[in-house]
Design a protein around this ligand. Structure first.
Ligand SMILES: [Cu+2]
Length: 320
């Protein structure tokens, strides 16, 4: 019996087992939840954790995590500069192509931008969140300077214009030549320091379920209560899975000017981990006119994060 048949048979057995139970009512969360596929629009739309709490879909049958494919839903990331030299400023150029090979020139803005570009090293120690410039012909470009040699992943997070188009994150490999020395993922910590700021992380990342993450920003022990809007929010959080750099879609809870979201010290997000394992979280926040990035290692699942204070060894990669 091949694997496909086994799975089909297993699914049929499950359906039979739950078939009667399903009729009883909606109290049976796991069954009800499994029936519902999340709409793609939800992946990048602001929403409250309460709204998502109930429909935390199973990570096993939902849409695959973003960023693992160079081509998806008819769109392909064409990275024109797949090789750069470590320590040298280079123009990174790329195009998003449709099924006919035409460069995409119409985008729907998300978080103030047509396209968000994330560049992360395979060992997750170098991170860039960039906003490239698009030429009229659809070619995007942005200068990058990657400090370390090795393998990187480039993520283009965008939504094509047009009705029904969904948010996509396409990923492509990028190599930085030079002497390569892979780093080790820093251990989980509840606190990250960057440029005199301390950011404390609360909440857990849970596999297959939406959960709330809180990030509290202080400077010199004093809460920062005048964060500046950045990309339509008081913070922008990206999470990447260690091992394959799966890209998680994270939603800010509330936005500046909505009458209930304070400009710090706490910034709140809703995130869903596609599986257990280790993740690296990158929080961009803006204060005194400068965008800084706080970085955390978090474990999802049985081996959950144990908060501890300390200074992360690696503070490389302040975006922008
Ligand atoms: Cu961005």
């Amino acid at each position: 019996m091949n694997t496909g048949l086994k799975i089909t048979a297993f699914a049929a057995a499950l359906a039979a087992a739950f078939g009667t139970a399903y009729g009883i009512g909606e109290g049976l969360d796991p069954v009800v939840v499994a029936e519902r596929e999340p709409a793609h629009d939800e992946r990048h739309a602001p929403s409250s954790p309460q709204a998502e709490e109930g429909d935390g879909h199973s990570g096993h049958d939902s849409t695959p995590a973003g960023g693992l494919q160079i081509s998806e839903a008819g769109y392909t990331l064409d990275l024109r500069t797949p090789r750069v030299t470590a320590g040298e400023r280079t123009d990174l150029r790329f195009t998003v192509r449709d099924e006919d090979g035409r460069a995409l020139t119409e985008y729907r803005r998300e978080h103030d931008k047509e396209l968000h570009l994330i560049v992360a090293s395979r060992d997750l120690l170098t991170y860039r969140h960039l906003h490239p410039t698009r030429a009229a012909d659809g070619t995007w470009s942005i200068p990058v300077d990657l400090p370390r040699a090795g393998g990187y992943r480039v993520f283009a997070d965008f939504t094509p214009a047009g009705k029904g188009a969904e948010n996509l994150t396409l990923g492509a490999d990028l190599a930085a030549s030079g002497a390569y020395r892979p780093g080790e993922l820093p251990p989980p910590r509840g606190t990250a320091r960057v440029d005199g700021y301390e950011v404390e992380l609360t909440g857990d990342l849970r596999p297959g379920r939406a959960s709330e993450l809180g990030l509290r920003v202080t400077r010199d022990g004093k809460p920062v209560t005048d964060l500046q809007p950045y990309l339509g929010a008081y913070g922008h959080l990206v999470a990447l899975r260690a091992g394959d750099l799966a890209y998680l879609h994270v939603h800010p809870n509330g936005e500046p000017g909505d009458g209930r979201t304070e400009p710090g010290p706490e910034v709140s997000f809703t995130a869903t981990a596609p599986s257990g394992g280790s993740y690296r979280l990158f929080l961009d926040f803006k204060h005194d006119g400068v965008v800084r990035t706080a970085e955390f290692t978090v474990r999802a699942g049985a081996d959950a994060r144990t908060p501890a204070s300390g200074t992360p060894e690696h503070t490389d990669g302040h975006g922008h």
